[in-house]
Design a protein around this ligand. Structure first.
Ligand code: PRX
Length: 619
């Protein structure tokens, strides 16, 4: 604990030395002149900005791959790839293997005309080509925009257009549990949608994931000649070496879309030097990483966790990790634990929602596997309830593993609040104490710096606002209490209520919608939708499935509403503002006895009774 306190202090008081020394463990083509940070968080004093390692030039792909190979770790396993289906097997890729793969792809992208600063989209499942595509982009200075494979064609189209990304890397299809996900077909549709809006995708590179396997018949997609190319053909003629583009510390590295309380998802843009150090340092210290560890993060690279704690952080630490294509319940509810046993995983990192879901199956699926290799457990994405924390600790960790509850966001790029396990006692449900004060943190919203300033720097002058509520106890420990804005956290996925509302309103029969979160046993929060239909439409239960499908198609399956609550009228103030407080209370299990507070300012107080009469959980 004393060491933590000393390091924490040093990180804040002498960043030049603290972060400078750490940064110099990496290769810089041009050494930085100043560690920084040079920043302004006060909008009244000019543009909000933050700069780290000014004057330096480096490359993430070089530091994740070449550097490891040069230091003699070329034959060390970088990635154990575990397929969705047990009969589909597994593979191991050394650091040299990944480097070759990345170079070939980087060369192919260059041959295609991709240049430094261009944006490329990646819509892939969890196969080795996913981190390889990210690293290939980083190698040539292209900005990757990874879109999670669960997003719909419409969502993908929006992201392609916003990023003006004319090249997409995808796969024919992939099995997720027992079901295929038609990535190529969805990409085709996204390209059509974008084309209608005047944006043309020029090139679709398609990894043959199911093609030539016994499950080939599961992949169903078209082929646009001249636009589409198989990945293997795309890289076939390319050399296995590729010189890096040396990137300024503040040059963009990637963008990743995330939801906010208003408007469309925004592309959070991360830059090179600060992100690199943030991902490196947190992986090293939060997970107390040692060279002999086998690390397994279950997050998909489509989310920030997969960026920082699958692709970049572990590779910057020369780690050996498991990349898992499948789902925790296929073929059985013990799949995670089977994977842990098989690869002798020592560090395991997952989301509370997965823990809660697996907890439901009892202890046996866990304890029938040998988990004695586990040393450290992590959680991320949402508050973890003490009950799930204890089960994770006792059953998965066998009572001998520390738990790191890591609090952070897409915008921060790496952990903000987390215990340094071993150094500190943990309390179930608390993310404990701040990580060292340091680099990382997205520098802007792609194409909209004003929105960046307004979203994050307008609530408290001079401070970044995360949007989360938090308590601090007498020991200084932090307890995250959830979002304070109209963002809900469903299974660790951030969803803006406004996004779901606009998906609903896009339905021909819907006049208005108001969406709130409600407590959900497994997902943490579920999606509760109040829907007003157009004049003359009948409030029939059969329409509810249609509306759920609508949201699924517009956003993606993970955003599917849990409840549709007919609302012939919504509780509005006289000025027309929806009283969400009332809607949140009406979505609670004990809504009948909830005190709705002062409803006298409602334009029509009788709507509350009407809503109660339409309550989907009415007995
Ligand atoms: O509300 C917080 C919650 O997830 C939000 C960030 O979501 P996203 O950008 O998608 O990144 C997820 C992976 C970091 C935060 O604003 N959150 C994340 N981690 C925790 C958490 N809430 C409580 N405890 C956590 N450990």
């Amino acid at each position: 604990m004393e060491e933590y306190q000393a390091m924490y202090k040093a990180s804040l008081e002498d960043p030049e030395k603290f972060w400078g020394d750490m940064a110099r463990e990496f290769y810089w083509k041009t050494p930085f002149e100043k560690v920084g940070p040079t920043y302004n968080f006060d909008r009244t004093k000019g543009d909000v900005s933050i700069r780290w390692f000014e004057g330096g030039a480096t490359n993430l792909s070089y530091n994740c791959l070449d550097r490891n190979v040069e230091q003699g770790f070329g034959s060390k396993t970088a990635i154990y790839y575990e397929c969705n289906d047990l009969d589909d097997g597994h593979a191991a890729y050394s650091y040299s293997d990944v480097l070759r793969m990345v170079c070939k792809l980087a060369n192919a992208l260059k041959a295609e005309g991709v240049q430094k600063g261009d944006r490329l989209s990646v819509y892939l499942p969890m196969i080795v080509e996913l981190p390889a595509s990210m690293l290939a982009c980083a190698r040539i200075g292209a900005v990757h925009s990874v879109v999670f494979g669960g997003f719909s064609a419409e969502s993908l189209a929006g992201r392609l257009q916003d990023a003006q990304s004319s090249l997409v890397i995808t796969a024919d299809a992939v099995m997720r549990g027992a079901k295929p996900v038609q990535l190529k077909a969805i990409t085709d549709k996204a390209c059509e949608i974008a084309a209608k809006d005047g944006f043309n995708v020029q090139r679709v590179v398609c990894v043959a994931r199911l093609k030539d396997t016994p499950r080939a018949g599961q992949a169903q997609h078209g082929w646009v000649s001249g636009r589409d190319v198989w990945y293997s053909d795309f890289v076939a003629a390319q050399a296995e070496e590729c010189e890096c583009e040396w990137m300024d510390s503040e040059a963009p590295l990637f963008m990743l879309y995330t939801s906010g309380s208003t408007g469309k998802p925004k592309g959070v843009l991360h830059t090179t030097g600060g992100y690199m150090l943030g991902a490196f340092a947190t992986t090293k210290y939060t997970f107390d990483y040692h060279p002999e560890d086998v690390y397994f993060c279950t997050a998909d690279c489509g989310w920030i966790t997969g960026h920082s704690y699958v692709t970049y952080g572990p590779m910057l630490n020369t780690a050996t990790q498991v990349l898992f294509e499948g789902v925790p319940t296929h073929p059985d509810v013990d799949r995670f634990w089977k994977v842990c046993e098989k690869y002798k995983v020592s560090i395991f990192y997952t989301a509370p929602t997965a823990i809660r879901a697996l907890m439901k199956s009892g202890d046996a699926p866990v304890t029938r596997n040998d988990l004695s290799s586990l040393r450290l457990l992590g959680t991320v994405g949402e508050p973890i309830n003490p009950e799930a924390w204890r089960w994770y600790y006792r059953v998965v960790g066998g009572g001998h593993c520390a738990i790191a509850d890591t609090y952070w966001q897409t915008e921060t790029g790496s952990h903000l609040i987390t215990p340094l396990v071993g150094a500190m006692d943990c309390k179930p449900g608390s993310a404990v104490l701040p990580f060292f004060g340091g680099p990382g943190g997205g520098g802007t919203v792609y194409g909209d710096h004003k929105r960046f300033e307004e979203t994050y720097f307008s609530q408290f002058n001079g401070c970044y606002f995360t949007g989360d509520g938090c308590k601090r106890d007498k020991d200084g420990f932090y307890w995250l209490t959830g979002r304070m804005d109209d963002v809900i956290n469903v299974s660790g996925h951030r969803i803006g209520t406004a996004e779901v509302e606009s998906a609903l309103v896009a339905h021909a029969k819907v006049a208005e919608a108001a969406v709130v979160g409600f407590p959900h046993d497994i997902k943490g929060e579920g999606i509760w939708c109040y829907v007003t239909l157009n004049e003359g439409e009948a409030y029939e239960d059969s329409l509810k499935a249609d509306l759920k499908k609508q949201v699924r198609e517009v956003i993606g399956a993970f955003a599917m509403p849990d409840e549709i609550h007919w609302a012939p009228g919504l509780p509005k103030t006289r000025s027309g503002k929806i009283m969400r407080r009332v809607l949140r209370k009406l979505a609670l299990p004990d809504y009948e006895t909830q005190d709705l507070g002062d409803t006298s300012t409602l334009a029509d107080p009788s709507v509350v009774d009407v809503l109660k009469s339409y309550h989907p959980r009415k007995k």
